[in-house]
Design a protein around this ligand. Structure first.
Ligand code: CU
Length: 148
């Protein structure tokens, strides 16, 4: 390798590092400074604990939980493909009973602390379907099945 090529590569690497630093800065700047991020789910302001992709999977675990930051589902947004059917395992890792409800699918199950419950659901053809905990809905315990 010539010295000139090495210098070019170093410059490219430095540019990549700068880009990475910029993008991580901008994503943290867009979030709430309080540490409890909210996301709009349907008509609700839900506590955001992330997005995961279940495309191609036949089962997926969703954590129903509560801690000092509030009540939440993790992930809060579960992405999948249009009409995909999937068995969700709702695991209550919190200290109080939680619930998993999807109004349009007549899903309404309550899960005790430490327990889990499986149910089969179907992703919509387009858009989103909201799920929520009937006990803590007003406190931001909601999420959605989402089709890109
Ligand atoms: Cu709950």
């Amino acid at each position: 390798m010539t010295t000139r090529n090495f210098v070019l590569l170093s410059a490219a690497a430095a540019a990549l590092i700068t880009l990475a630093a910029c993008s991580s800065n901008s994503s943290s700047a867009s979030g709430s400074s309080s540490g409890s991020n909210k996301i709009t789910i349907g008509q609700d302001q839900a506590n955001d604990h992330g997005t995961q992709d279940a495309t191609g999977k036949s089962t997926f675990e969703i954590e129903a939980d509560n801690d000092s930051s509030g009540y939440y589902f993790n992930p809060t947004i579960l992405q999948g493909s249009a009409g995909q059917s999937i068995t969700l395992e709702i695991k209550n890792e919190g200290s109080v009973p939680h619930n998993f409800s999807i109004t349009s699918m007549n899903v309404n199950v309550t899960i005790q602390p430490g327990a889990s419950q499986e149910m089969k659901v179907t992703f919509p053809q387009t858009g989103t379907v909201e799920y929520f905990c009937s006990f803590h809905h007003a406190l931001g315990m909601a999420g959605e099945l989402s089709v890109a």
